[in-house]
Design a protein around this ligand. Structure first.
Ligand code: ZN
Length: 419
């Protein structure tokens, strides 16, 4: 039985789910990079489509797209989103009059929809491990260390009950070692730190060639990686790195539908859960990342299914001590929420999702199989109500402001697609 899912009043009640990795603007291109552009399409050719879309955004369009995305997240049970935000400046690379205008658009969208936001302004400085400058399309992502810290400190002053501001390092290829040291030294002790790492084989090869170590190994050897850190993807790991991540206390943000969509590779879930085999398994959570799918059900289902497909076994996340796959998965995402988002456990306790006891896939469910029924049966959402910080924002599976948010999104999309 999962103590965090309880029955009562015609509902199953569970804690809201944290979405540990989001690039909100990419919601606008979901489903639009599924045509062949090159005989060996990969993450790197997808990135070209992403850059073209990114170049069309301003604060108003970002606000409209993020509000749609956040309302969709709430409707399926995500109550916190970690926004890994690198679209900082105008398309020509010049800062807006308010250098944090794009961050403010995300904060406004979160406030309007009621989702809890961990905003992670991204430090992005170079176009590769060799330190090459950002290209024309990457210029709007870039900062000096001082410029970055100034924006970070300005945003930190806006923190409140439903807003936390942490730090994101885009990746090892985008942040030179000396800049990483300076930024990490300047951060407040409680700031959460997220970084993309080891998502691509090409990134592992470049890191080995230029820094002499695999990316995760290099990071662990050159930064004080601990429970404040979330490593995004961490797909390509050797055995020593898997154990070292678990020992560090860091969380891994796994993004199964995006990693599948981009052809990244498969996270070694079973080995991560076992850690060093002495009971200290690794922490992990999920992210919808590029938003080709916005559903914790689908992320968790594909996290498990990917493992089944390669191992030709079933029930990979489960153990003898925790035999329900669904319960084990939900316990995993709940266990990492505080340390990955920066919100206190007490605050997150006000974030509640209820499932409709009468949803077809939940008829006759018991406390022992409710998590499995929710995660592994059908495609109709069973989410009924969602409350964040004690305030209900979804009822009967619909966000309270669904219509006006959708209308503004449609208008923003028409503009983006015409651009
Ligand atoms: Zn990402």
């Amino acid at each position: 039985m999962n103590p965090s899912i309880a029955s009562g009043h015609g509902h199953w009640r569970l804690p809201g789910i944290a979405n540990l990795h989001s690039h909100a603007f990419q919601r606008a291109m979901a489903g639009m990079a599924e045509r062949m552009t090159h005989p060996s399409d990969s993450f790197w050719t997808w990135r070209e489509t992403m850059y073209r879309m990114a170049a069309r955004f301003g604060p108003d369009t970002l606000h409209a797209v993020a509000a749609q995305l956040y309302a969709e997240m709430l409707e399926v049970g995500y109550t916190t989103v970690c926004e890994f935000h690198y679209l900082h400046h105008a398309p020509d690379g010049r800062p807006y009059d308010d250098p944090a205008a794009m961050s403010q658009a995300l904060i406004a969208a979160a406030r309007e929809t009621g989702i809890r936001l961990t905003l992670l302004p991204v430090l992005y400085m170079t176009g590769g491990f060799d330190g090459r400058p950002l290209n024309t399309r990457q210029r709007r992502f870039g900062h000096s260390v001082d410029g970055y810290l100034q924006m970070f400190e300005t945003l930190r002053r806006e923190q409140n009950e439903t807003l936390r501001v942490g730090c994101a390092l885009h990746s090892l290829r985008a942040v030179p070692p000396d800049a990483m040291d300076l930024v990490l030294a300047a951060l407040p002790q409680d700031a959460r730190i997220h970084i993309h790492v080891a998502e691509q084989i090409g990134e592992v090869q470049d890191c080995l060639a230029i820094r002499g170590e695999r990316p995760v190994r290099w990071l662990l050897d050159h930064a004080d990686v601990d429970a404040r850190w979330t490593l995004v993807h961490a797909t390509h790991l050797d055995v020593d790195e898997i154990v070292a991540i678990a020992d560090s206390g860091a969380t891994v943000a796994i993004c199964p539908t995006t990693e599948a969509n981009l052809g990244d590779g498969l996270f070694p879930l079973r080995a991560h859960l076992e850690g060093d085999g002495a009971g200290s398994g690794g922490r992990w959570g999920i992210g919808s990342d590029s938003h080709s799918s916005v559903s914790p059900v689908e992320e968790l289902r594909w996290l498990e299914y990917g493992q089944r497909l390669v191992t030709r076994h079933r029930n990979i996340a489960a153990t003898a001590a925790s035999p329900s796959v669904g319960e084990t998965l939900l316990r995993g995402v709940q266990a990492s929420a505080v340390q990955a988002t920066g919100f206190a456990a007490e605050a997150l306790s006000g974030d509640i999702v209820t499932l409709d006891e009468h949803a077809s896939q939940l008829i006759g469910a018991t406390a022992d199989d409710i998590a499995d029924r929710w995660l592994f049966a059908g495609n109709r959402s069973a989410v009924d109500t969602v409350a964040v910080d004690g305030r209900e924002v979804v009822r009967s599976g619909r966000h309270f402001d669904r219509e006006p948010i959708a209308a503004r999104f449609a208008s923003a999309m028409r503009g983006l697609l015409a651009g």
